[in-house]
Write a protein that binds this ligand. Structure first.
Ligand SMILES: Cc1cc2nc3c(=O)[nH]c(=O)nc-3n(C[C@H](O)[C@H](O)[C@H](O)COP(=O)(O)OP(=O)(O)OC[C@H]3O[C@@H](n4cnc5c(N)ncnc54)[C@H](O)[C@@H]3O)c2cc1C
Length: 468
């Protein structure tokens, strides 16, 4: 048996950063991972492939240039899955290599195989292919086993016509039509990618709304754009059956509607990968979605066992998982921290993309916090015209009590990058006046902050003038 200060199960963002943080503190660390998944869901089937696919779609379809060169502009006429996947496989390969190299540089042992607790400190690692078995034990253990897509009973996944977000990466041809079940982040990201490729997409969502944690005005803008790409939304509808025939599928809804499509993609939530982890041998259990409960320090009810990343539930993002991993390792080895920051950005890589940080108008209104709104439309910006983005917008929410920035909401080109300016101002407790006075490079999208800041301060000035 090999003994370590820390054993981490799962090499996704949470596990990696827990392992590296502990190694930097001089601790001996092993990370357990199934053979073909080094880098986790993030690198192999989730964040990295989906974002690379998006980049390939935007580039090859020429969509972002059509305002300038016309509706028929394309970089490549007949786009095939091979065109898209070549780029994806290239990036995955590079990222796996980066992860391996970081683990090696930090002298972290990578133990390949499926890990399972045999007692609270000991994990048996079994490698399927070679039938090898290794036992590792840790003074501390971090569980970072992530999630897998939920597959509803009664639906046959054949990986060709009916699949989930994992199966989408193995598509052999681009479907002419597709039903996406579930209008969550993953569903909407893939719906917009396929719509951009010319697939006729129908999104079925049992709730009446989508992405309702985001600013409603921005979600409306996205819906408008997706409808423009021939996406049909069926809100408030449930799928009752998916039938597969020789030529395609028919999805039947509770209301009796039937939707023919070549492919059906399920994106109806994810569940913790905890079923074969031997948690009972460690004194742990999960909720009905396989998730593990932790406290604010990411400690489970068994003091030396921590859990981080998607396996603990919301917000289930790579960015957050990384920080949870780092903080769990610091807590285990007594390194002081300020805990996880409350100010976390959200990015949705739909086409166009969405990002925000801080409060929404809905939340501020519900909590009776008075605010004013400043808006900049990208079409007002020289950079917007140069880049051919006339639909993008940035919206700032500013406290009318003390002029602090309460939220920044962005739709359009580089939204997921731009959001960090708002995040930095908010993180430092800054007011809108910083943005009014700041000089930004010109022409840039960042300048939208200044335009929106001027807009909101003009409105606040009008308020004080009327009250004089
Ligand atoms: C399609 C898709 C798109 C996404 N896009 C984004 C995005 O744009 N931005 C973002 O921030 N997040 C995104 N996410 C979420 C992001 O991928 C996850 O939040 C992140 O990967 C979670 O990290 P994690 O540390 O929990 O581990 P994961 O990345 O989930 O990896 C867990 C690892 O644990 C391993 N494992 C599980 N059980 C065992 C075991 N018993 N023994 C050994 N190994 C085990 C698995 O093989 C896996 O490699 C996306 C997810 C998906 C599915």
């Amino acid at each position: 048996m090999r003994e370590y200060d820390l054993v981490v199960i799962g090499s996704g963002p949470g596990g990696q950063k827990a392992a590296i943080a502990a190694a930097k503190l001089g601790k001996s660390v092993a990370i357990v991972e199934r053979g073909r998944m080094v880098g986790g869901v993030c690198v192999n089937t989730g964040t990295i492939p989906s974002k690379t696919l998006r980049e390939a779609v935007v580039y090859l379809t020429g969509m972002s240039q059509r305002e300038l060169y016309g509706a028929s502009y394309r970089v490549k006429d007949k786009i095939t899955p091979a065109d898209l996947l070549a780029r994806t496989q290239h990036v995955i390969g590079k990222q796996v290599d980066v992860v391996r190299s970081q683990l090696m540089r930090n002298r972290i042992d990578l133990v390949l195989g499926h890990g399972r607790f045999i007692d609270p400190h000991t994990i048996l690692v079994e490698e399927d292919a070679q039938g090898e078995r290794v036992t590792v034990s840790g003074d501390y253990v971090v569980i970072a086993t992530g999630t897998k897509p939920v597959r509803p009973s009664g639906v046959e996944f054949d990986e060709r016509r009916v699949l989930d977000s994992d199966g989408i990466l193995d598509l052999r041809s681009l479907p002419a039509s597709m039903v996406v079940v579930g209008a969550g982040v993953i569903g909407i990201e893939y719906a917009s990618m396929f719509a951009a490729l010319g697939t006729k997409v129908t999104v079925v969502e049992k709730r009446d709304t989508m992405l309702d944690f985001c600013d409603p005005e921005i979600v409306e803008a996205l819906k408008f754009h997706l409808r423009d790409l021939a996406v049909t939304f069926r809100f408030g509808e449930e799928v009752t059956a998916v039938d597969v025939g020789a030529a395609g599928t028919v999805t039947t809804l509770g209301s009796g509607k039937q939707i023919p499509a070549e492919t059906v993609m399920y994106s109806a939530g994810r569940e913790g990968q905890t079923a074969n982890l031997g948690l009972e041998n460690a004194g742990l259990e999960t909720d009905n979605r396989g998730r593990i409960f932790v406290d604010d320090e990411f400690q489970t009810k068994v003091e030396h066992i921590y859990a981080v990343g998607d396996v603990i539930g919301f917000p289930a993002l790579a960015a957050t998982s990384m920080d949870q991993g780092r903080l769990a390792a610091y807590h285990a080895f007594g390194e002081p921290t300020d805990g996880i920051t409350a100010l976390q950005p959200i990015g949705i890589y739909s086409i166009p993309e969405i990002s925000y940080v801080g409060a929404t108008e809905v939340e501020l209104t519900k909590n009776s916090i008075p605010y004013e709104v400043g808006v900049c439309r990208y079409r007002e910006l020289a950079r917007g015209q140069i880049a051919g983005d006339s639909y993008g917008m940035l919206k700032l929410l500013v406290s009318t009590r003390d002029r602090t920035l309460l939220g920044a909401h962005i739709f359009g080109t580089s939204a997921t990058e731009m959001v960090h300016i708002g995040q930095a101002v908010m993180g430092c407790g800054g007011t809108v006046d910083y943005l009014v006075d700041a000089v930004f490079n010109y022409p840039t999208f960042s300048e939208a902050y200044k335009v929106a800041a001027l807009d909101v301060t003009n409105k606040m000035r009008a308020l004080s003038q009327f009250l004089r």
